[in-house]
Design a protein around this ligand. Sequence first.
Ligand code: FES
Length: 154
Amino acid sequence: MEESNNNFEPRIIAFVCNWCTYAGADLTGTSRIKYATNVEIVRFPCTGRIDFMLLLKAFAGGADGIIVSGCHPNDCHYTSGNFHARRRWIVFRNILNFLGIDVQRIRFSWVSAAEGAKWADIVNDTVKEIRELGPYTEYKKVANYLDEEADSHE
Ligand code: FES
């Protein structure tokens, strides 16, 4: 039975870099800023290391929305990882559109280690937006696509 949007609590997966956004999220906690608890954080050394296929896997695994967040431009601890991530996202977004996956469910942001309040705002806004969109029910389509991809490499 599908939940109505009023009671729907979205599951958000956040792929974040260790040096900026993860530290910013940590600051949110140590500053005791309250924010939605719907987010599960997955930490990477840098957004440049995030394989965008993981976003599809997150949807296939039941995520309703995704956040990808790292250091601001020119602040990446590996110089240009965030620029690579941004370029890959532009290409990947077209692939998602082609597959019919709703890109409104993915948010790309920059959050520094000093921006705990900004992290709270991003999570709260994302939860609100995804709550309005409703549960992601296309996950079987994504799972089938991933299965076909895996089969094609055997
Ligand atoms: Fe944060 Fe590269 S280390 S985006």
